[in-house]
Design a protein around this ligand. Sequence first.
Ligand code: ZN
Length: 168
Amino acid sequence: MSLRDILIYPDDRLRETARPVDSFEPALAELVADMFETMYSESGIGLAATQIDEHRRLFVADVSEDRSGAMAFVNPEIVERTGSVESEEGCLSIPGINETVARAERVLVRARDEKGKAFERELDGLLAICFQHELDHLEGRLFIDYLSPLKQQRIRKKMEKARRRERV
Ligand code: ZN
């Protein structure tokens, strides 16, 4: 296992659309293990492959308090959305930014695990929100895209400034 670098906004590679996973080789399990390690080391609750510059349709999540709820979602899709809920979101690719975003409250989802086994699950609460946030990453979409243009511009400037500071 190894820690992977996370792409930081505004990096254009975060805008790429991921392609479906078509083979469940040992290399995929290795990638998933790297993603869990990277997510846990950054205290995240979800991490999409896009965020580590691997443009394949998969993400990992663990919304439990004690880190016992590890789940991998490969080729994930939403079958049904119900309700609406607003909550504050953050993102490992946009550190320091938290904003309120509206999402479906419950989602019926379909995916495969890292071994290729297909499953269907109804998600609610934080996991439902996390799923929608991570699925967006695979489409090159970020949670700040839902904010007003003015807010987006402010965030972009702030992040660019932070990046310049880091280089000095
Ligand atoms: Zn994110």
